[in-house]
Ligand binder design. Structure first.
Ligand SMILES: Cc1cc2nc3c(=O)[nH]c(=O)nc-3n(C[C@H](O)[C@H](O)[C@H](O)COP(=O)(O)OP(=O)(O)OC[C@H]3O[C@@H](n4cnc5c(N)ncnc54)[C@H](O)[C@@H]3O)c2cc1C
Length: 456
């Protein structure tokens, strides 16, 4: 006779086996490899766990042997997550906890993917003031690296946080904000997952709004010259500069009361990337033809329709072609010179890459390790198709960022260690002191974090 699902569960419960299958120990029995989005980072941890409650999580932190690395959606390019010991996901702690119409604040489980926040916020009449280029990240993961969008009057996600709960290595919970444990708060708003596990996040939202997105193709030199006006007149500006060419695809997004809805075309950027790749393969050895072909094709063969919709449907894009990425944040005023030097190097040395350079602006904040701590910044990202080697390409560009006093994005590839990072961050020692007091045994440190934070 076939047993029902209920009978089976009852039987397992009686045998004490449910605990082994429960979320807290879901994959403890057999190692399951972990890989990041680009495939460049991987590990074979002894355990991958996803606690279902904060109590289970606290128990896991007290009892897990070795290193514990919190993981979000695995969308960081740098080696923040890999460990041989325990990879801990908040995949079972998702969703909105509460919101308050008067203060326009909302509280979330930290494992919530950003893609799942827009609709519930809109139902509450609220929205995130700004969002990144994609929304696959989890809230905790995005905050841990000061993930950002664009707009000189908008900070990163770390800057939207007004309170959070951190579970430390001992399993204790710290609720912190600007009044309670302000030092922990300033450290935990961009923590690299080195302080403990963030379980809840309170955000400052704003009233729901619509955005109008416009894109056009223009010579990037003209755009750079016009930058002060573009930044003054638009809420959000960015450009994707085409390598080996003179042009960029410029993009503005502005709040609008336009009653129309012009929805984004479904799908990602696979066609556009394929076009860039084809031209690259065909013409990379004839630089002048290459530049002309690109200038022509992007102007006349690709369309960029306007989009008008709820903000959260406009901000984020689908990136369906994988790549590796290096990004540095240089002081805002140094952006144009830094970009020009990178473009010259790529042209002069015929560097082998076809992904555009992303060029954005971000407002300063005061989280200790945020790349935007104390200074407005221009974020410049270079990419390499995931099937092409990125090491040589990035190695040729990285010294240009250093020359302009750049700080590397914590979630993207760079080669700096603590000796070179410390002088870039005025609040560096404060962060190290908070980390030491919360996790003296280094439970949350993997090899990459030991190197970038300089902890032996
Ligand atoms: C296609 C693509 C587009 C991107 N676009 C942008 C962009 O527009 N702007 C930008 O700034 N970045 C961008 N990034 C980088 C990405 O936003 C960051 O690397 C982000 O941190 C990834 O979040 P995640 O949820 O995937 O976290 P993961 O990459 O899994 O982890 C990131 C960090 O968060 C920590 N962490 C995760 N959960 C917790 C927790 N509960 N408590 C404490 N620490 C935790 C981890 O330990 C790790 O240190 C992009 C990346 C990709 C692949």
């Amino acid at each position: 006779m076939k047993s029902t699902r209920r009978e089976l569960i009852k039987g397992l419960g009686a045998l004490g086996l449910l605990g082994l299958l429960g979320p807290g120990k879901a994959n403890a029995a057999r190692p399951i490899p972990w890989r990041n989005w680009s495939g460049a980072q991987s590990c074979l941890p002894a355990a991958r766990i996803a606690p279902a409650t904060e109590a289970q999580l606290a128990d896991a932190l007290r009892n897990a042997p070795g290193t514990v690395r919190p993981v979000g959606s695995g969308h960081s390019f740098s080696a923040l997550v890999p460990t041989d010991d325990t990879v801990l996901s908040l995949g079972n702690l998702q969703g909105m906890l509460r919101h308050d119409a008067q203060s326009r604040q909302s509280e979330w489980w930290a494992g919530t993917p950003m893609s799942q926040m827009g609709a519930p916020l809109a139902q509450a009449g609220l929205a995130l003031p700004n969002m990144a280029d994609i929304d696959y990240q989890t809230l905790a993961g995005a905050i841990a690296t000061s993930t950002h969008g664009t707009g000189p009057r908008f900070g990163s996600y770390s800057d939207q946080v007004v309170g959070l709960r951190l579970l430390t290595a001992s399993g204790d919970a710290i609720d912190c904000d600007a009044q309670r444990y302000p030092h922990v708060f300033d450290a935990a708003r961009c923590s690299l997952g080195a302080l403990g596990v963030v379980t809840r996040v309170r955000l400052q939202n704003r009233a729901a709004f619509k955005l109008h997105r416009r894109e056009w193709v223009q010579r990037y030199e003209e755009l750079l010259e016009d930058m002060p006006r573009l930044l003054r007149e638009h809420d959000h500006f960015e450009m994707n500069v085409l390598l080996h060419s003179d042009v960029a695809v410029a993009m503005t997004m502005d709040e609008t009361a336009d009653p129309r809805v012009l929805s984004k075309q479904p799908g990602g950027d696979v066609d556009k990337v394929a076009l860039l790749q084809r031209v690259h393969l065909e013409w990379q050895n004839s630089p002048r033809v290459y530049a002309r072909m690109l200038n022509f094709l992007v102007k006349y063969a690709v369309s960029f329709p306007d989009v008008i919709d709820a903000s959260y449907r406009v901000f984020a894009n689908v990136r369906d072609v994988r790549f590796n990425e290096m990004e540095y944040e240089v002081p805002a005023e140094a952006g144009p010179a830094c970009l020009r030097e990178i473009m010259k190097k790529i042209r002069d040395e015929k560097l082998d890459s076809f992904f555009p350079i992303e060029y954005r602006y971000v407002k300063r904040d005061d989280a200790m390790l945020s790349m935007f701590q104390g200074r407005d910044a221009c974020a410049i990202s270079v990419h390499q198709y995931y099937r092409m080697d990125h090491h040589d390409f990035f190695a040729r560009i990285e010294p240009i960022f250093w020359k302009y006093d750049g700080r590397p994005h914590w979630g993207k590839l760079h080669t700096l260690n603590a000796r070179l990072l410390a002088p870039l961050y005025p609040r560096w020692k404060e962060f190290l002191a908070v980390r030491e007091s919360l996790d003296p045994a280094g439970k949350f440190l993997n090899a990459h974090l030991r190197s970038v934070l300089g902890v032996g």
